[in-house]
Design a binder for this molecule. Structure first.
Ligand SMILES: C[S@@+](CC[C@H](N)C(=O)[O-])C[C@H]1O[C@@H](n2cnc3c(N)ncnc32)[C@H](O)[C@@H]1O
Length: 278
């Protein structure tokens, strides 16, 4: 091991598990400081310029404060693209790519899609790219998130239309116009906070994450109601869900007269997506 990787590992070993320290160390050296991967593997001693040394110290300082590496780098990879992220917006998760893949695969003829709770715009922009003939609209209540989504839309040359809208309120006119409504809304209960990592709790926006313990399906119920007004007759709903509420979400949709309700597991075998036809 050279002096740089030794310094990184010693600085982080009390906060992160060994495998993560190893991965972070390679990422910092190669992707962030631009050092040669082979030199790092071979343990070659590398002298950093003063500027790179300061950059390294800043990265370590921020990681020691549990800041997610995606916020430090300023972007997250999602569906093969780089999405700008910052503390006002949820970091896109790999599980959510499965939702995008499913929607794109099953709706090749869709003309209009709506993404509710768009955050960084990762779902809406990825769908806009995968379904170039469709028009994609996306809503979020958060101004900060929407500002980041706009930037991503511009930088990734997508054509999503973003609107600031509180999906829980009811003050706009509704006409059936969408073939698909997709949403990854807040779904973590307050009770689940205890088991969460500091880098999520201390850094990611509460508004994007939490729902009250006594109403975990709040967003799904509301979007299912909206779906009855906004979806065209053959329209479809797609939700990313809390793995603990697959059955309840499916039951709620059936009670709302949705048809062909499916609960789909993610790559880890956990209930992750619920979909239904109007
Ligand atoms: C779990 S995040 C999902 C972000 C993004 N779609 C993704 O998959 O990474 C939920 C999003 O819902 C937004 N949100 C929370 N309450 C909302 C509301 N009442 N109306 C609209 N959006 C809301 C949050 O700002 C956040 O961006």
């Amino acid at each position: 091991m050279n002096r740089i990787t030794t310094y990184i590992r010693q600085s982080l070993q009390e906060i992160y598990p060994p495998e993560e320290v190893k991965a972070l160390s390679m990422l910092i050296c190669c992707d962030m400081l631009g050092l040669d991967a082979l030199d790092i593997y071979m343990g070659k001693d590398i002298i950093l310029s003063e500027c790179k040394q300061r950059e390294l110290e800043n990265i370590i300082f921020r990681l020691q404060k549990n800041e997610p590496i995606q916020y430090i780098r300023g972007f997250a990879e999602f569906d093969g693209r780089r999405f700008k992220v910052a503390p006002g917006v949820l970091i896109p998760r790999p599980e959510t790519v499965e939702l995008v893949e499913l929607v794109a695969r099953e709706n090749t003829d869709a003309c209009r899609l709506l993404d509710i709770g768009t955050g960084s715009g990762c779902i809406a922009i990825s769908l806009d790219k995968r379904l170039p003939d469709a028009k994609v609209e996306a809503w979020d209540i958060s101004e900060e998130a929407l500002a980041i989504a706009y930037t991503n839309n511009k930088e990734l040359k997508a054509e999503v239309m973003f609107l600031q809208r509180d999906v829980l309120s009811d003050d706009w006119e509704k006409t059936p116009s969408f073939d698909v409504i997709v949403s990854n809304p807040p779904y973590v209960t307050e009770a689940e906070k205890n088991g969460m990592d500091a880098n999520v709790l201390d850094w990611e926006p509460e508004l994007a994450l939490f729902v009250p313990d006594d109403d975990p399906l709040r967003f799904y119920r509301r979007i299912a109601d909206l779906g009855r007004e906004l979806l065209l007759p053959e329209g479809r709903l797609y939700f990313e869900i809390n793995q603990a509420y697959g059955r309840e979400t499916a039951h709620m949709l059936e009670m709302n007269q949705y048809r062909d309700v499916r609960v789909i597991k993610d790559i880890f075998g956990k209930d992750r997506i619920v979909t239904a036809n109007r």
